[in-house]
Design a protein around this ligand. Structure first.
Ligand SMILES: Nc1ncnc2c1ncn2[C@@H]1O[C@H](COP(=O)(O)OP(=O)(O)OP(=O)(O)O)[C@@H](O)[C@H]1O
Ligand SMILES: [Mg+2]
Length: 330
């Protein structure tokens, strides 16, 4: 009898402590959140701490691939310019942090890059650059090995700085490095949508599947769009998509995956790289441009759906950079 009374009193005490902890958590500032999430204890995999969510102002779409050179930066720059030309406020973050080249494909020669932001020497406004049609770009570093493997504190600091972009953009495109390193997965896992770029080559498809699998393990609700680049004939897009869908369904089960579109292997794309101007501007009547236009239209519709769902939701999606600051990989 006495023993059960003691157990009962202890339970009440522990529950009370839990409520108090929750209350103190919700009152913390963002700076505290960033610092505290670094000090939080360990579990295997990526984990989040349970502070109150900062809702997303901007829809963050990450662009990824397993194999390198599939066309992520061609996609990001052309879609970025296309959406910006349709009056969307778009920021392109070059998250291929150590080997960045989005600025090159946009014909820009920025003086500063993300390394000065990570180092705390400059602010986001010093580093952001204007690209065609009002697109904003955050240039990554060229040949800076340390940026490709940032430590916990630096990712958190960078993410904290980039939170300002949330109120300024409708869409944040994040052009990631190829592969499934911890840093890449960390960038992908916080996104509101993921574009996986593959070519019809089997190696590219298998590596694309590896990205989907790893993201699915962290975020089974992630909406995924497949882009098939460098197709040689129109039917390649559907063939690649069906093969990918079959393997995804068989091995992972229910994944929200759709075909966003395809781009042909096109000499105008190669030429546009040579002249450092996105193909949608350099060759507006090319077939490749019409493919980017179609994909931009699909993303524009998806964006308005996302935005109205975000407004109505009781529990809205979290800010990308806020999530990035608090997720970590162990
Ligand atoms: N549709 C296309 N038609 C012709 N050439 C293309 C096409 N897409 C990409 N390329 C060529 O492939 C090169 C690599 O493209 P891109 O830089 O976009 O790949 P990436 O996936 O970003 O590479 P990385 O993994 O190194 O970041 C381009 O510079 C261009 O020359
Ligand atoms: Mg690239």
């Amino acid at each position: 009898m006495l023993a059960s009374l003691v157990v009962f009193l202890l339970t009440l005490y522990v529950m009370g402590m839990g409520v108090m902890k929750e209350e103190t958590r919700t009152k913390r500032s963002l700076g505290d959140i960033v610092r505290l999430s670094a000090a939080d204890g360990g579990m295997i995999g990526m984990r989040e701490t349970s502070f109150r969510t900062v809702p997303a102002g901007s829809q963050a779409i990450c662009v990824a691939s397993g194999k390198g050179g599939t066309g992520k930066t061609i996609f990001s720059t052309n879609i970025g310019v296309m959406l910006a030309s349709q009056n969307f406020k778009v920021t392109l973050v070059d998250a291929d942090l150590g080997l960045a080249n989005a600025h090159l494909l946009l014909g820009l020669d920025p003086i500063h890059d993300v390394s000065q932001l990570v180092g705390g020497e400059l602010t986001i406004d010093d580093v952001l650059v204007d690209a065609p049609h009002g697109l904003k770009i955050l240039p990554g570093g060229s040949g800076i090995a340390e940026l490709a493997d940032l430590n916990e504190g630096k990712v958190q600091y960078l993410a904290h700085q980039l939170m300002q972009l949330d109120e300024r953009s409708d869409i944040t495109l994040v052009d990631c490095s190829a592969g499934i390193t911890r840093q890449v997965l960390r960038f992908l896992a916080s996104a509101h949508g993921l574009v996986v770029v593959t070519t019809p080559e089997v190696t590219s498809m298998i590596d694309g599947y590896a990205v989907i699998k790893n993201v699915y393990r962290l975020r089974s609700d992630m909406p995924i769009w497949l882009v098939v680049n460098r197709i040689r004939q129109p039917e390649d897009a559907k063939t690649v998509y069906e093969k990918m869908r079959t393997i995804v369904r068989k091995r992972l089960g229910k994944v929200k995956m759709n075909l966003l579109g395809a781009v042909p292997h096109d000499r105008y794309v190669s030429r546009s790289v040579m002249v450092r101007e996105p193909v949608v501007l350099a060759h507006p009547r090319s077939f490749a441009t019409s493919c980017f236009r179609k994909m931009a239209a699909t993303l524009a519709v998806a964006h308005s759906r996302w935005k109205s769902a975000q407004k109505k939701a009781e529990d809205p999606a979290a800010s990308y950079f806020w999530s990035l600051a608090r997720r970590r990989y162990e």
